[in-house]
Ligand binder design. Structure first.
Ligand code: HEC
Length: 182
């Protein structure tokens, strides 16, 4: 469920919980409803539809709605595709790298399927919370790529791990080059 739909925000629910004998818990629920969405990051309340919306609003302008990426000229391919990632998406380290890349915003160039892409991606660390990053990575894994047998969706714990990883482009590149090439 999206935090803006959290039931404790509805006035009816609020009245009922205040009247209930479990006042301590009710107060907690009401308080939780007033906190910013980042507080729900570990619970990953975002749905599949949220993942699609986040992708289309925040990523598709560069990576294209179908994840095919885009090239300006034959020699300058700025936006790498987010397709061809099924193998990474079936590996925990692959999911963690993708989260790290989204949080950090890589630059400096990378090779996908023998083609060099070069540009600069915005930094999403302050713009997306862990739950939103889970939702968008699930959208990439499950809709722009075909999940391999044994695929396990990323969880907020892994995104938090990526958030705490070294916040440098070298660390992002090191994580990428430890993966099988794509
Ligand atoms: C303004 C354009 C832009 C936007 C918006 C953008 N990206 Fe990127 N993205 C890039 C560029 C450019 C690169 C390659 C950077 C480089 O040169 O290393 C990249 C790289 C990546 C990579 C690394 C791919 C690899 O093979 O290692 C991932 C994953 C990624 N983007 C996901 C996303 C997601 C998810 C979003 C939305 C939340 C997003 N990007 C939004 C431009 C963008």
């Amino acid at each position: 469920m999206h935090p803006s739909e959290f039931p404790s925000r509805s006035p009816g629910h609020r009245r009922r919980t205040i009247a209930s004998p479990k006042l301590g818990f009710a107060a907690l629920v009401i308080l939780a409803g007033t906190l910013p969405s980042t507080c729900f990051a570990q619970r990953s309340p975002y749905t599949e539809r949220d993942g699609r919306r986040i992708y289309l609003e925040r990523c598709a302008v560069c990576h294209m709605p179908d994840g095919s990426g885009s090239s300006h000229t034959d020699n300058f391919n700025s936006f790498p595709p987010l397709t061809g990632m099924s193998e990474w998406m079936s590996l925990r380290q692959g999911q963690r790298y993708v989260a790290h890349a989204i949080i950090y915003g890589p630059y400096g160039g990378l090779t996908v399927n023998g083609k060099f892409y070069f540009g600069m991606m915005p930094r999403f660390r302050p713009r997306l919370d862990n739950g939103q990053i889970v939702a968008v990575i699930r959208y990439i894994a499950e809709h722009l790529n075909a999940p391999l047998p044994g695929y396990v969706p990323i969880d907020a714990k892994l995104v938090e791990e990526a958030r705490r990883a070294e916040d440098t482009i070298d660390a992002v590149h090191e994580a990428r080059y430890a993966l099988p090439p794509r």
